[in-house]
Design a protein around this ligand. Structure first.
Ligand SMILES: Cc1ncc(COP(=O)(O)O)c(C=O)c1O
Length: 354
């Protein structure tokens, strides 16, 4: 099993600090997520049904033609590699490591494509402008632009990338997709962190053969525990995936909650600017303490520093959990949720500033 953020119980034991006293910044989950209402008893009692309106709600929210609900985008990450004969797969690294892991486990040849720094190094302030900035490609991706996409059968990108924050111009992605699809290849785009910046999404194009977009309700909606994700792709591929995953892949209560949250446009419209402002604030707090982020998204900021290990431990001793990456040495900070959490982070960083 790979390492992930959110291992609060382990940190509580390791640092001897009770669970309830932690500020968990180790994930990119919205700390002020969608407020889940009381559920009607029937959603617990009845078997889930595919025609309950969830797919329609997802299509409307994502602007996609077809959507398959899965038990977290992780379920799709594990299943997609099983739908192809062994082939050559390019995966951006560093990135959410489950992609490379799943393709390799299914017998494919996996090639790392080095990710560049985020294209909005000042943090989220520039997120809105990043559509133009994103025309600056990564060196390795620039090589793809020169025609090397032919050397991959599948290209897997995380957009925006976790943890680097890398973004891509949608037109560039569509050009890569066209090149891959022309020879039966796939472009898989993991848009788990896309919801605050929908203008970057390729969801509206996902019905094109060879384009597969993954979405998650875990991050923007703050519903990681409900385990809800979606695959947006052409109908024939979704049918194959549905067959592979079997019936009732997503439980009834999760389907109910997901349908409500996807229809709640008022909450979504209010959450987007709030998250973008919070990410800019986080970038400012970190920079103020000598830790300017090298990139990020609306839900996290990443700091590359040779002191990553030491800072991670110093914050953990103060009950603040961050996500530590060894290669390259870096820390990812999620968003504090309340005024006292912001103050706590600020005070802790002040104590550990060099
Ligand atoms: C980039 C990315 N994609 C997908 C996932 C999996 O999300 P979920 O299975 O909760 O939808 C994660 C989880 O951290 C992630 O960071």
């Amino acid at each position: 099993m790979l390492e992930h953020g959110g291992r609060l119980r382990r940190a509580a034991v390791e640092y001897g600090i009770p669970l309830a006293e932690w500020l968990d910044l180790s994930t990119g989950i919205n700390p002020n997520g969608w407020p889940v209402p009381t559920l009607p008893p029937l959603v617990w009692q009845r078997l889930p049904e595919d025609d309950d309106g969830l797919s329609e709600a997802a299509c409307a929210y994502y602007g996609a033609r077809h959507a398959l609900a899965v038990a977290g985008s992780q379920a799709a990450i594990q299943a997609l590699p099983l739908l192809r004969a062994p082939c050559r797969v390019g995966v951006v690294a560093p990135g959410y490591a489950e992609h490379a892991h799943a393709w390799a486990k299914a017998g494919h040849e996996v090639v790392d494509i080095p990710a560049g720094a985020g294209l909005h190094p000042q943090g989220a302030r520039r997120i809105r402008k990043a559509a133009e900035a994103a025309t600056t490609p990564l060196p390795a991706i620039a090589a793809l632009d020169r025609g090397q996409a032919r050397s991959y059968d599948v290209l897997v990108l995380i957009h925006p990338n976790n943890p680097t924050g890398q973004t891509y111009a949608p037109a560039t992605l569509l050009a890569w997709h066209e090149r891959l699809a022309a020879r039966g290849g796939w472009l898989v785009i993991d848009e788990a962190f896309m919801d605050a910046t929908p203008e970057f999404s390729l969801a509206a194009h996902a019905h094109l053969p060879g384009l597969i977009v993954l979405r998650s309700l875990g991050k923007f909606f703050g519903l990681a525990g409900a385990r809800v994700g979606f695959v947006l792709a052409e109908a024939a591929l979704l049918e194959r995936l549905h067959d592979l995953l079997g019936p009732w892949a997503l439980n009834g209560p999760a389907r109910h909650i997901a349908t409500l949250t996807l229809r709640d446009t008022a909450w979504q419209d209010a959450a987007r600017p709030k998250l973008i402002a919070a990410a800019a604030r986080l970038a400012d707090v970190l920079a103020h303490h000598g830790l300017p982020p090298s990139g990020g998204s609306a839900l996290f900021q990443r700091v590359e520093t040779p002191r990553a290990n030491e800072i991670h431990a110093a914050l953990a001793r103060r009950g603040i959990l961050t996500r530590l990456f060894e290669h390259p040495a870096s820390l990812r900070f999620g968003l504090p949720g309340t005024a006292s959490e912001w103050a706590r982070l600020d005070a802790a960083l002040a104590k550990i500033s060099p």
